[in-house]
Design a protein around this ligand. Structure first.
Ligand code: BGC
Length: 733
């Protein structure tokens, strides 16, 4: 097919509103189809594959066997496409040549940007701004939906507590409540409650569940936790996303209670289907059906396929054991046969819900690049990037004024600021710090000085020379954008010594130092904190990175983000998180030797969850609780005044935590239950009301029932998990 032929055909693809079908009508259509399908046809719908050399569709495409699989109805779903023309061709084969002319479903990993790069997900979570995150994700959905993709393997909803784990970069952080709020924002952003829209994509939430608890932070390592811990800490964001309408869910690589999630009947059937009534598609992770052989719960692919299908895993991705082995077993085993039909039913239903039967080319466009990098969308990326920068320290040095500023280090002249899982986002489109400085009025100079690790480019002499002639030195630190992400765990999360050497050398000049740290995870940055006058944590901010940082340095943007994960001060403290369980020997009394403490480091983190500064300062007052006794279905309204005591307008993030005074099981020392990001004009006061439902006090108790019990709770409001400013108590009845 020539390009011209392709374009002519695509011109005929109508973009009219797709027919809205009721669940009943879809069920009817799907049953009709299922009746005509053989078990092997149904298994074809339960397989998602990729082209070999999947991301470089070129001549290999013609050679690959995928077109034959599609034609034979053996592969009903594909990863990609990375090229819409290929997407068109394959879809055309599916709807004209495959046995039942069923359209393909295209899935892709669009995590924090399709072509416009948004901040890494961990950073977006730290904005504590679900409305902005939803707007950002809506842009991501817009670009994705014009790039051939029908569903995205996103959002990643793993609660994380260990910065050694490289995948913290994709996560919403350590707190179940913040993660649940973000989960809903992502699902709304991607799906806009309208799966038939041409501007939305379906979501596949992942990795269900507990993957963030891999032991020692080593990716793909084992996980062990109680059901209570799973339910209270790890499951809530998944439940929130499902309640918001997420259409698919990916099983995690790890085990839960000895059974890989991909083969875990308790989780995939009893919990998801029976308890939560989830009717979307369950999808394996990359070859995770085969991996249950490595977990030693199956001896062959033939066996693993049967175990996973019976457990309730609908769709196998990449490995092909379902299509290869299940047919013959299904003929002799009714349970398996039923499971296959149920799985195919859910996949077909999803294709109907997405409108693919009505327009299989719904997300395929010839001129899809025109939809990318639109200025109004880049503006959203800039806003999101600004809202994700955390100010960790400021000794009255920021924002910058008219001084002579030297910029130095590895993150000034680089556009490698996208972070892991960038999709089609390109470094080349990203604004480096140096690009943004050139556009600004800052009187700056730049000396590279030192790199991420020591190398040939290091020139501390040149750096010190220039530093002597400057008023302020802005130093950049961090880790490479690929040092976090899948399979990118690290045993040591310190900055490289070469960077600290540069910091100490500059410090000898006794000039103000502003440090900017870029990284996909919390790093241990004690010395940066100690030796700098100001510290900004800039994560990886994506396409508008440089602009957002410069705007923050000059005060055009007043930093407002907070830490979505605790920053340890010592590697031996890991895992360290604010919502730790109570202990029988809390380290409250310094005169008592026998408490839960270390001899060599304090228990406290360098920076706590929820911490972050702004160029404004705020006072909290007039704390009023709407009731002292909360009954079922009631809402506690907590009202307070926030006064901006500075001359700069800014955001404050008011955080409400609770602590159960007693309960039938031990609970965390603090649990975030509400927050509000409020804009307060300079020297003004705003009244804020936080709402906490009766259920928000709930916890899986001694009988594994979700209940607040009839207990006393401390209500604590503050500007971070370790800065509680107002407290009171209530009673649940
Ligand atoms: C990752 C998933 C991803 C999948 C498909 C896996 O290796 O764990 O997060 O969605 O690949 O690309």
């Amino acid at each position: 097919m020539t390009q011209t032929e392709y374009e002519q055909i695509m011109q005929q693809v109508k973009r009219e509103p797709l027919p809205k079908r009721s669940d009943h009508e879809i069920a009817h259509l799907v049953e009709d189809l299922l009746r005509k399908m053989t078990i092997q046809d149904q298994l074809g719908q339960c397989f998602l594959t990729a082209f070999h050399g999947e991301f470089t569709y070129g001549p290999e495409f013609e050679a690959a066997d995928v077109p034959t699989l599609v034609k034979d109805g053996m592969a009903g779903n594909l990863i990609g496409p990375y090229d819409n023309k290929v997407g068109y061709k394959m879809q055309e084969i599916a709807i004209t040549q495959s046995p039942h002319k069923i359209p393909l479903l295209y899935a892709n990993d669009i995590i924090h940007g399709c072509r416009i790069g948004f901040p890494i997900n961990l950073a977006m979570s730290g904005s504590f701004d679900p409305a902005l995150v939803e707007r950002a994700v809506k842009v991501i959905a817009y670009e994705t939906s014009h790039s051939g993709t029908n569903i995205t393997f996103s959002p990643m909803l793993d609660i994380v507590r260990d910065p050694r784990w490289g995948r913290v970069v994709e996560s919403p952080g350590e707190d179940p409540y913040l993660a649940s709020v973000m989960a809903k924002a992502y699902v709304r952003g991607f799906q806009q409650n309208d799966l038939l829209s041409y501007d939305t994509v379906g979501t596949c939430i992942k990795h269900f569940v507990g993957y963030g608890a891999v032991e020692a932070g080593r990716d793909y390592n084992t996980v062990d936790m109680s059901e209570r811990q799973l339910r209270n800490i790890y499951l809530p964001p998944f439940k929130a996303a499902i309640d918001e309408g997420a259409v698919a869910l990916m099983s995690a690589f790890n085990i839960y209670d000895g059974v890989p999630i991909t083969a875990n009947k308790f989780l995939l059937r009893h919990l998801l289907r029976d308890e939560w009534k989830f009717d979307g598609v369950t999808i394996s992770d990359y070859e995770s059906t085969d991996e249950i052989i490595n977990h030693k719960i199956a001896e062959s692919r033939e066996e693993s396929a049967q175990i996973c299908m019976k457990a309730g895993l609908d769709l196998e991705i990449i490995s092909d054991s379902y299509v290869k082995y299940l047919k013959k077993h299904a003929e002799e085993n009714n349970e398996l046969k039923q499971a296959i039909t149920d799985a195919a039913r859910r996949v077909l239903t999803l294709k109907y819900r997405l409108g693919l039967f009505d327009n299989p080319f719904k997300n395929i466009y010839v001129n899809f690049e025109e939809k990318w990098l639109k200025e109004e969308n880049l503006q959203v990326a800039e806003e999101m990037a600004e809202a994700s920068i955390v100010l960790l320290k400021n000794e009255k040095i920021l924002p910058l004024n008219n001084q002579k500023i030297l910029f130095t280090g590895p993150f000034v002249d680089t556009n490698h600021v996208v972070g892991a899982w960038g999709g089609k986002v390109r470094n080349e489109d990203s604004v480096s710090l140096l690009d943004a400085l050139q556009e600004s009025n800052i009187a700056y100079s730049y000396v590279k000085g030192y790199a991420l690790k020591e190398g040939k480019e290091d020139d501390l002499d040149a750096l010190l020379e220039e530093a002597k002639a400057s008023d302020v030195i802005v130093m950049t630190f961090g880790e490479n954008q690929w040092d976090s992400g899948e399979a990118s765990s690290k045993a040591d999360v310190h900055l490289h010594p070469a960077q600290l050497r540069a910091l100490k050398a500059v410090k000898t000049l006794n000039k103000p130092i502003i440090s900017i740290v870029m990284s996909g995870r919390p790093l241990i940055i004690n010395q940066v904190e100690e030796l700098s006058d100001a510290v900004l944590y800039a994560w990886f901010l994506g396409t508008r990175s440089g602009t957002a940082i410069v705007n923050t340095l000059i005060g055009k943007c007043n930093p407002s983000a907070r830490l979505p994960m605790t920053f340890p001060r010592h590697i031996g403290q890991i895992p360290l998180y604010y919502n730790a369980m109570q202990t029988g020997r809390p380290a409250r009394d310094p005169n008592n030797y026998y408490t839960s403490k270390y001899l060599d480091v304090p228990n406290t983190p360098l920076y706590a969850f929820g911490y972050g500064l702004s160029y404004s300062s705020f006072d909290y007052s007039n704390f009023v609780l709407s009731t002292k006794e909360l009954r079922k279905e009631q809402v506690l309204n907590v009202t307070l005044d926030i006064t901006n005591t500075s001359k700069v307008a800014g955001h404050e993030i008011v955080q409400l935590y609770i602590e159960a005074n007693s309960f039938s099981v031990s609970r965390p020392v603090k649990e975030l239950k509400a927050f509000e990001k409020v804009w307060v004009e300079a020297e003004q006061t705003k009244t804020v009301t936080l709402h906490v439902s009766y259920d928000a006090f709930g916890y899986y108790n001694i009988n594994n029932e979700f209940t607040p019990e009839q207990r006393t709770y401390h209500i604590m409001v503050g500007s971070s998990s370790d800065n509680i400013l107002l407290t009171d108590k209530i009673q649940t009845r």
